[in-house]
Ligand binder design. Structure first.
Ligand code: APR
Length: 167
């Protein structure tokens, strides 16, 4: 897979699928979740209501409403302080892996991720990025060709650029 690292608003991207950093109730919220629902429109929230719930580490799919993508993949990352560190690591890795699996299963060629759990959920940014790299290194896609890590803050952008230099 080709890896792109950008500093941008994920709601502006045109990829086959975009990942949302959701909560378990799929109820919308602040951060990237709020931005996605605001830009995508109310149809997304209605689909989320019908799905109802998503366990931490899992991923579900809706259409992308008014966004420029075909699909919106909602995954729930761990709240850092709610778990022992190794459990939080596992859950975050699962969030990324399950999102990748779902996108691949949906025949997506391109997928964009925000930096899941590194905002309100408080996961350390450098630790999260290292886990992400490991997940991507072990993932064997059938359809996915382009993976974009859409950072929204300079710190995450710098961490990803440094880490993926050697990818
Ligand atoms: N585009 C890309 N990234 C964004 C955007 C955006 N428009 N807005 C925020 N971000 C980035 C933040 O800078 C952070 O690095 O998304 C990353 C994840 O931060 P949060 O959105 O706070 O997500 P998270 O830490 O996973 O917490 C999830 O936040 O709003 C709630 O409903 C959401 O309860 C859930 C919780």
């Amino acid at each position: 897979m080709k890896i792109n690292i950008i500093l941008d608003d994920i709601t502006k991207l045109k990829t086959d699928a975009i990942v949302n950093a959701a909560n378990r109730q799929l109820a919308g919220g602040g951060g990237v979740d709020g931005a996605i629902h605001k830009a995508g429109g109310s149809a997304i929230l209605e689909e989320c209501r019908q799905i109802g719930y998503c366990e931490t580490g899992k991923a579900v799919v809706t259409t992308a409403g008014n966004l420029l993508s075909r699909y919106l993949i909602h995954t729930v990352g761990p709240i850092w302080h709610e778990h022992p560190a190794l459990m939080a690591d596992l859950l975050l890795s699962l969030s990324y892996r399950n999102s990748l699996l779902l996108a691949d299963h949906l025949d997506c060629k391109s997928l964009a991720f925000p930096n899941i759990s590194t905002g309100v959920y408080g996961f350390p940014k450098d630790r999260a990025a290292e886990l992400v790299k490991e997940v991507v290194q072990h993932f064997e896609p059938e359809k996915l060709e382009i993976l974009t890590f859409c950072c929204f803050d300079q710190e995450n952008y710098d961490i990803y650029n440094e880490l993926f230099k050697t990818f």
